[in-house]
Design a protein around this ligand. Structure first.
Ligand code: SAH
Length: 213
């Protein structure tokens, strides 16, 4: 099977069949070439239903978990989105397809450099990247209509609550370093309303508001 065929099958068997039905979301997952975000030695498994290593001891989640998280944001196309943990840049590319402007913060400079090359080569131009501790957010560009955290935190970092717009949505794995709950939160009249979505396992968020290195 070609990568294109594998990707179409992934959308059918891993996303649609598990209840994801947002047409724009499914189209984005059908379009973004996930294999180009995966290190060569694991490329054959790019569309498999499990997480994969992306270098620097980090992992990319299985497609379904990325889709479930992005689905929590309810993106319609006009949003400014903050992403914490660019990783391979795959989720960044998905967000770039679904929203107006993406601000993504990654703490590992070598990963960030690779993301920069990958996204500009593929023509994802509505993305702004920064190196640093993303749990502090990116105050210069706040408020954000949506915030997505792809590393596990002990609790929702306060700066991210502050930087979320009124009626903004957040997706974040909350728990221990070993196991978390994917939480969807929405800010209404300044108060965060939270809902548990699914249990999950992410790499830890490092630094203030996360865990020590
Ligand atoms: N969604 C990504 C995978 C993210 S893996 C993808 O599609 O590939 C989680 C990432 O969070 C890792 O790259 C890790 O370096 C980063 N990270 C961990 N703590 C961070 C922090 N405090 N600020 C920014 N990035 C962080």
């Amino acid at each position: 099977m070609t990568f294109d065929e594998q990707r179409a099958k992934m959308v059918e068997t891993q996303l649609k069949s598990r209840g994801l039905d947002d047409e724009r979301l499914l189209a984005a997952f059908g379009k973004v070439p996930r294999h180009l975000f995966i290190p060569e030695e694991f490329r054959e498994e790019a569309y498999a239903d499990h997480p994969l290593p992306i270098g620097a001891g980090q992992t990319i989640s299985q497609p379904y978990i990325v889709a479930l998280m992005v689905d929590c944001l309810g993106l319609r196309g006009h949003e400014r989105v903050l992403e914490i943990g660019s990783g391979s840049g795959y989720q960044t590319a998905i967000l770039s397809e679904l929203a107006l402007e993406i601000f993504s913060v990654e703490r590992v400079p070598e990963l960030l450099k690779a993301v920069q090359v990958r996204l500009s080569t593929l023509g994802y131009l509505n993305v702004h990247l920064a190196a640093g501790n993303g749990s502090l957010g990116w105050p210069e560009h706040a408020p954000f209509d949506a915030i997505i955290v792809s590393a596990a935190a002990p609790r929702i970092p306060l700066p991210l609550v502050t930087q979320l717009a009124e009626r903004g949505r957040m997706a974040i794995p909350i728990g221990t370093p070993q196991a978390q709950m994917l939480v969807r939160a929405e800010k209404r009249r300044g108060i965060l309303h939270q809902k548990d979505i699914a249990s999950c396992v992410f790499v830890p968020l490092i630094g203030d508001y996360g865990w020590p290195v």
